[in-house]
Design a protein around this ligand. Structure first.
Ligand SMILES: Nc1nc2c(ncn2[C@@H]2O[C@H](COP(=O)(O)OP(=O)(O)O)[C@@H](O)[C@H]2O)c(=O)[nH]1
Ligand SMILES: [Mg+2]
Length: 314
């Protein structure tokens, strides 16, 4: 399919008398005052929008008489940025690929927060451990596998050697995925490896340090050669949770699944100091790792502290 790029189309006031053709498409990237749309015809062009209309990558739209209307969303992935504002970062997604690497290491709690965010939004979380080619990468990968392989699908890959990529490509072929991960883990490199025609810019790894430079500045939806679509995003160094209450957290928390089935003595148990708590019992018996439980408590406290403040910012 040939993709044609044209100039920016201006949005005019809605007109009920307009009789132009209706064109359906999907937003592949958002540039503030314009969105880049891939139309069903295969044509791709920019259409002007107002910032506050809140369109995001993955939105299905209809353009008629230079007017853009957004269709209802199947899923919405939100995050809270470092200033506390809630942002919808992608629409109509199926899978959240949480990309991690042995260098740079994920920040504490990052994986768990991303899994909670995915589940809350109705997306399937998967873990992608990149840079499997680095020396000692297997020590890191084994630790992550031991913690998560019973809970989510885990892929160990290398964007450089292409190890493990085939299985990942096959998995991504099933729908629309969104990659998150801190800057420098290799999200753009993975997309380049899967889709060589793209030639995305990749950050240089500093020779002295372990941080990559981020060169992705806007989330962009790409069609994959083996099927499926993937959104490459600028690094999300934190994954602030949105609209989640302290009572719902445990239900989404990775590793608490068994405890949720067993049920606690109190129906409104928050799994901290309450007697007869199924989570605490599993922590005591070693079935829930202490580390993981501590992450739960940390996130719980953050939600509790942030609840009032963040609710008013939406
Ligand atoms: N050794 C190794 N380096 C990688 C791999 N994938 C990416 N890198 C390097 O990591 C740095 C950051 O990559 P980039 O794709 O920009 O990361 P992003 O910020 O997550 O998009 C670059 O220097 C890449 O060359 C990999 O599988 N193995
Ligand atoms: Mg990038």
């Amino acid at each position: 399919m040939k993709i044609k790029k044209q100039g920016v189309e201006k949005i005019k006031k809605p007109s009920s008398t307009g009789s132009g053709p209706e064109e359906k498409g999907v937003i592949v990237s958002h540039h503030g005052i314009a969105v880049d749309i891939l139309f069903e015809s295969g044509e791709r062009r920019m259409v002007k929008v107002k910032r506050r209309e809140g369109h995001v990558v993955g939105d299905n739209v209809v353009v008629k008489d230079h007017r853009l209307a957004r269709l209802p969303r199947r899923t919405e992935l939100c995050r809270r940025d470092s200033r506390g504002s809630v942002r919808i970062v992608g629409a109509n997604l199926d899978v959240l690929g949480v990309v991690v690497s042995p260098m740079p290491l994920p920040t504490p709690g990052y994986i768990d927060q991303a899994i909670v965010a995915a589940r809350q939004a109705g997306l399937t979380p998967v873990l992608v451990i990149n840079k499997g080619d680095l020396e000692g990468a297997w020590i890191f990968a084994d630790k992550i596998m031991a913690t998560y392989k019973e809970i989510v699908e885990v892929f160990v890959v290398s964007a450089i050697t292409r190890e493990g990529l085939e299985a990942l490509e096959h998995y991504l072929g099933q729908g629309r995925s969104f990659f998150v991960g801190i800057t420098g883990v290799g999200k753009s490199s993975l997309l380049n490896a899967i889709c060589p025609a793209l030639d995305l810019r990749v950050g240089e790894l500093f020779t002295t340090g372990n941080r990559g430079c981020n060169t992705t500045t806007v989330s962009t939806l790409h069609s994959l050669p083996g099927g499926g679509e993937l959104v490459d995003t600028p690094g999300f160094n934190e994954f602030g949770l949105v609209d989640i209450s302290t009572e719902d957290l445990a239900g989404y928390f990775p590793g608490f699944e068994e405890a949720m089935e067993e049920r606690c003595h109190f129906g409104d148990c928050r799994h901290r100091t309450e007697p007869g708590c199924a989570v605490s019992a599993l922590v005591e018996s070693g079935n829930i790792a202490r580390e993981r439980y501590d992450t739960y408590l940390t996130i719980f406290d953050q939600i509790q502290a942030g609840d009032a403040r963040f609710k008013t910012r939406r």
